[in-house]
Design a protein around this ligand. Structure first.
Ligand code: IMP
Length: 431
């Protein structure tokens, strides 16, 4: 049986919700392997809108096992609230359908406070534009070996020791930022109160997943954010604090890399980014405004307006390599309807030299100017097309050109937010 990893191949917000939902219907297990509640997935099922941040998209479909893997950082209070909200919408959540890896590090209130305090204190040019949800500080504590993890909630003495270890680091840090010391007792009380609500879902996820795999179950690894926000391969330091690329699916749940059969890269037919950082093909003109308006480009989690630009084939070619993408799902092509001319960034000019990738050094990134190729647009609507025959000729040419430029075939083409408005070329789950 095939196991599929879905990763964003740009800066996130590629329209994962719909594709992940479409794939999760075909899967038995859906696992999150990185990120936290900085992600925001909107699912529309039979007219009902579900908003998810930390929960895997599979939870809204009955009969699936949803997993939060150890690669995630988990805010327990947010999770309980998210569960409550979707339960109110009639979705059943129980330990039979949701499991949380015991070795998942927790996001504590102190992480969010630190994240926001740092952003407020940052000078122009150093602000990251984070979601303010404590993701970075929680990952810092993980690699600093001072996290409180899910399993620690079960034993009062361990919990106290873990909290003390974390506060040894955080109190001096907070003092430097002018934030008052942590109220240790209040934090412990909060943790003790939430503990049973989290522990009921705690499980040795690595073991469960490997058993599922041996039993021939189909696993969908649901990535959040996008490969250009990857801590190693993204536009550092304007990135998130986890590995986003497909290789993380293995370490983020505890399964061997050989378990991954297909990597589906999510690619929007143009480019967007939320937050600060380099964006060579950004448009600060009427075309950019038009993409944002037509594409409803506002953040699901923070409501921030997304920056918009032409399709950057150079960057997507790069992320298809770093994530080992097998095929892409191309989304939101209908947003391009009506443009007379379309541009695709095919490389960069750096001080007179042509580059076919984005260099790593920040000063060089800043000096890279996009080299564009122009293509004729189309006046007809592509919205809702369900076959190639329904697409205007120039739209087909645009898609084919993208495939050539990124060296990767289109497996799925999405033509509207409706789940059935999809042109299927290759089913990633097919054996
Ligand atoms: P953090 O993940 O909150 O630390 O934010 C770091 C960067 O990642 C910021 O530029 C955020 O806007 C961006 N980011 C985090 N999560 C998402 C997402 O789900 N979609 C798009 N951008 C995101």
């Amino acid at each position: 049986m095939a196991n599929v990893v879905v990763v964003g191949a740009q800066w996130g917000d590629e329209g994962k919700g719909k594709i992940v939902d479409w794939l999760s219907e075909r899967a038995d297990v859906i696992a999150r392997f990185q990120g936290g509640h900085n992600a925001g997935h909107t699912l529309v099922i039979d007219g009902t809108v579900y908003k998810l941040n930390a929960l895997p998209s599979g939870v809204v479909r009955g009969g699936k096992l949803s997993i939060i893997g150890n690669g995630v950082v988990l805010d327990p209070w947010h999770l309980v609230e998210e569960i409550r909200a979707i339960q109110e919408q009639g979705v059943e959540i129980s330990p039979e359908v949701l499991m949380i890896a015991e070795n998942t590090p927790l996001i504590l209130p102190i992480h969010g406070e630190l994240d926001r305090a740092r952003e407020e204190a940052a000078s122009k040019g150093t602000k990251i534009g984070t979601t303010g949800r404590g993701i970075g500080p929680a990952y810092e504590d993980k690699v600093g070996r001072r996290s409180v993890r899910v399993a620690d909630l079960a034993d009062p003495a361990t919990l106290e020791a873990r909290v003390d270890r974390a506060l040894q680091h955080h109190d001096p840090l907070r003092k430097g930022l002018g934030i008052k010391a942590v109220n240790r007792e209040a934090l412990l009380d909060q943790l003790r109160a939430i503990a049973p609500e989290i522990l009921r879902y705690a499980a040795p996820v690595w073991k469960v997943l490997n058993e599922k795999r041996r039993a021939g179950k189909r696993i969908l690894f649901e990535g959040a954010q996008g490969a250009l926000l990857d801590i190693d391969f993204g536009t550092y330091p304007f990135v998130t604090s986890s590995n986003v690329i497909a290789g993380q699916a293995a370490t983020g749940v505890g399964i061997g890399p050989g378990a991954i059969d297909y990597v589906l890269g999510l690619v929007k037919a143009y480019t967007t980014r939320v937050g600060e950082g380099p964006f060579p093909a950004e448009l600060n003109d009427a075309d950019g405004e038009r993409l944002g308006k037509r594409g409803h480009e506002f953040g699901t989690t923070t409501g921030r307006k997304r920056r918009c630009g032409w399709f950057d084939a150079c960057l997507v070619r790069q992320t298809c390599v770093t994530s080992g993408v097998t095929g892409i799902a191309l989304t939101k092509i209908d947003v391009l309807d009506g443009f007379e001319t379309l541009k695709i960034c095919i490389g960069y000019d750096l001080d007179g030299t042509r580059l076919d990738y984005l260099p790593t050094a920040a000063d060089q990134q800043a000096r890279c100017t996009p080299i564009y190729e122009e293509m004729p647009g189309w006046s007809e609507s592509t919205e809702g097309a369900r076959s190639w025959a329904e697409l205007p000729g120039n739209a087909v040419k645009y898609v084919r050109r993208i495939e050539e430029l990124i060296n990767c075939p289109v497996a799925l083409l999405s033509t509207s937010p409706e789940r059935d408005d999809t042109i299927l070329v290759t089913d990633p789950f097919a054996d």
